[in-house]
Design a protein around this ligand. Structure first.
Ligand SMILES: [Zn+2]
Length: 80
């Protein structure tokens, strides 16, 4: 298959990706790539941590989390 139309490679610019945390454009040459900063990297790590909750939520009821003192973490209604 020759899909030569897909991606022009004439650009000399470094590859740009969006920071997974804030959506800011980040160059592939950046130290913190694919994040725009160390701060966003750490924020994303936090997301992964909370992602573990989602995976576990299929076997752990919210009520159980609440019983463990973890309830309300995913509420998101405390800052309104
Ligand atoms: Zn960022």
């Amino acid at each position: 298959m020759h899909a030569s139309n897909a991606m022009p490679t004439k650009r000399k610019n470094a590859k740009l990706l969006r920071c997974p945390t804030c959506g800011m454009l980040v160059r592939a040459t950046d130290d913190d790539f694919p994040f725009c900063s160390d701060r966003c990297r750490k924020i994303d790590l936090g997301k992964w941590a909370s992602g573990a909750y989602k995976i576990s939520s299929s076997v752990i009821d919210p009520e159980v989390l609440e019983d463990l003192g973890l309830g309300g973490v995913n509420h998101g209604g405390g800052n309104e």
